[in-house]
Design a binder for this molecule. Structure first.
Ligand SMILES: Cc1ncc(C[n+]2csc(CCOP(=O)(O)OP(=O)(O)O)c2C)c(N)n1
Length: 610
């Protein structure tokens, strides 16, 4: 072990130099770093590394969510760095979100050396397994050591951490890094450590395969599905943009409609969207539709969708076969109704099923088959009914909006569907924004990316996550957020100023938690406002001023459109406040659901769908 200060400094410089260099070699580019003394070796080494992009943040909670937004948008691991003590604890919410939403993060917490732990040393807490079961891997790194074997160890840990964070199910890993004083690394020694190895190759190249579906399973599944005409595909939040083509092809081969969650990456884009339905959250509230259109089979991909009516629909038809596909081998199945869990890569499974189904069709058309294949007319009637429900729901919503002059939270999303250019990224806050996005944002051929923090559904860290997304996005980024969520992470706004980011925030200000007005406790006159509504009466304009944001309080749809377009065109930080009223918001939602029911009743009486 190094004993003199010179030896300690050399070991520190070489070891941390090798560690940061290895993270970069393994593919990490973005490092979100927070100030502190114990983390000095990491901070300085990262700042000096030519290929590392440094994002400095003062508040650790905001930093971690910023990193999460970056990682989500880039679909790449991002590193977080903080000093010892409660700084590390402030990473917790974002680490939990990353774990639940399968987002790769590499969390580096600086710590004191072992002999200074649990002895009352300042700014020292127990950081061992600090994030509990919400990380995929925890390592209490060995103290810096320049011995060749220890450098091999350090580089291996870095490669393994990046690989593990990436490998499905992706998620956060935590490396606790003990450093002994003196903490200043010598830049030349750190650089020499990085340059000691040939460029552009990690110490260990980690290769991970994908889960290919078992051919026997594909054959059996294709057989079963081809005998079940009344099928649905449900696609929840998932991150693979290439799945859209394969899934829509499978839907076409089976004649099954796709109920596509806003975070499924399926609603928008150039793929065939004929069978992609995006307003089922509204029409599955209609009891008559739910009763009449019972599925025989449901194929579910991705995480569980946000829509509660969809969950209730599945619960209503419990006898239907529910097949859940998870290429990561996880268990995203909160309905507890799954009959089959398939651990296979979603795209490979779709491709194999399509190939098998077309092969079967060819065989059937050349032989007289004993297998009963659904008549094309029967498939069309089923899919056609869902498409008709979709179209008449959209029309009913549009008709209601035409006569609606007042500002309504749901309509914000219908307006954005028109205002956002192709290539834009729309971040939705939790609570009502994600739900209204689900119902009111019609899909289109424009490639608009929809993102939200749906791992743990927190209202914390949303501003920072959206700014992280803005830092990575190629097109304009727009965040729609409720006032409590906005207030919760107002610290995050500093990043926009410090890093010159472009973000338009649409602040839906109903002075409290609007979602609670939809719940039964809204009927409690004594405690509702105190415990749930939680009005704050804040004027956010001075806050915006403090962070150099342009602030516009809109009063109607014309001013809303102009303000959003101005925000997108001008760049920088724009906050567009849309004032709404909680009770009125509930009434309007219920009116629209009622209008949808009326439209469905008329559609299905006249058309005689079955
Ligand atoms: C960190 C965290 N704390 C509390 C909650 C519980 N919660 C869910 S929605 C909500 C109200 C959010 O209000 P706002 O952001 O204004 O959105 P609105 O309900 O008005 O759409 C709260 C407190 C949560 N999800 N996450």
């Amino acid at each position: 072990m190094a004993t003199s200060n010179t030896e300690i400094q050399r070991a520190l410089s070489v070891s941390v130099g090798a560690f940061v260099d290895e993270l970069v070699r393994a593919g990490v580019r973005h490092f979100c770093v927070c100030p502190g003394s114990r983390s000095t070796p990491l901070a300085l080494t990262i700042a000096r590394h030519p290929a590392a992009k440094l994002w400095m943040h003062i508040d650790e909670r905001s930093a971690a969510f910023f990193g999460l937004g970056l990682a989500k948008t880039l679909r790449e691991p991002v590193v977080l760095v903080c000093t010892s003590g409660t700084a590390a604890a402030n990473f917790m919410s974002a680490v939990v979100e990353a774990f639940c939403a399968r987002i790769p993060l590499i969390v580096l917490t600086a710590d004191r050396p072992h002999e200074l732990r649990d002895v009352g040393a300042p700014q020292t807490i127990n950081q061992i397994n600090l994030f509990g079961t919400h990380v995929k891997w925890f390592v209490d790194l060995a103290e810096p050591d320049a011995a060749p074997a220890m450098l091999r160890y350090t580089r291996t840990v870095a490669d393994r951490a990046v690989a593990l964070a990436r490998r499905g199910p992706a998620g956060p890993v935590h490396i606790n890094c003990p450093y002994r004083e003196p903490l200043l690394p010598d830049p030349a020694a750190a650089r020499a450590a990085a340059e000691a190895r040939a460029a552009d190759r990690p110490y260990v190249t980690v290769s991970a395969g994908v889960r290919a579906p078992d051919p026997a399973l594909v054959a059996a599944l294709a057989h079963d599905l081809s005998t079940l005409p009344r099928g649905l595909i449900i696609c929840g939040p998932q991150d693979d943009p290439a799945l859209a083509n394969d899934l829509t092809r499978l839907a076409g081969a089976l004649g099954y409609p796709i109920l596509a969650d806003p975070l499924s990456n399926l609603r928008n884009g150039a793929h065939d969207r004929t069978l992609v339905l995006d307003c089922y959250d509204a029409f599955l509230r209609d009891a008559a539709f739910v009763e009449r259109f019972a599925p025989q089979v449901v194929l579910r991909f991705g995480a569980m969708p946000v829509s509660k009516p969809l969950l209730l629909y599945l619960q209503r038809h419990q006898s239907c076969r529910l097949i859940v596909v998870d290429g990561d081998g996880g268990w995203n199945e909160p309905t507890l109704l799954a009959s089959d869990m398939i651990y296979a890569d979603a795209r490979l499974l779709c491709e194999a099923l399509v190939a098998m189904l077309s092969h079967r069709e060819e065989r059937i058309s050349t032989q007289s088959s004993v297998v009963s294949v659904p008549a094309v007319a029967e498939i069309s009637a089923w899919a056609g009914a869902w498409q008709a429900a979709h179209q008449c729901t959209r029309a009913a919503i549009a008709a209601r909006f035409e006569t609606l002059d007042q500002l309504f939270e749901g309509r914000v999303f219908a307006e954005l569907a028109v205002l956002l250019p192709a290539g834009a990224l729309l971040y939705a806050g939790n609570s009502m924004p994600i739900r209204d996005l689900d119902t009111f944002f019609p899909g289109s051929e424009h490639a608009i990316r929809l993102i939200a923090n749906r791992g743990a559904n927190g209202i914390d860290g949303v501003v920072s996550s959206a700014l992280g997304a803005a830092a990575a996005a190629l097109g304009p980024t727009v965040l729609v957020i409720g006032d409590l969520s906005f207030y919760h992470d107002s610290n995050g706004l500093l990043a926009a100023m410090q890093h010159h980011l472009n973000l338009t925030i649409i602040l839906l200000n109903n002075d409290g938690g609007g979602i609670f007005s939809f719940l039964p406790q809204a009927g409690d006159p004594e405690y509702f406002e105190t415990l749930f509504g939680t009005p704050h009466g804040l004027d956010f304009r001075p806050l915006a001023q403090m962070y150099g944001a342009r602030y516009e309080h809109v009063t109607g749809w014309e001013t809303f459109r102009t303000a959003v377009q101005r925000g997108i065109a001008a760049g920088g930080l724009h906050i567009v406040e849309v004032p709404t009223e909680r009770a009125c918001n509930v009434t309007l939602h219920r009116e629209i659901w009622q209008a949808v029911s009326v439209a469905l009743a008329s559609e299905f009486v006249h058309e005689g769908h079955d």
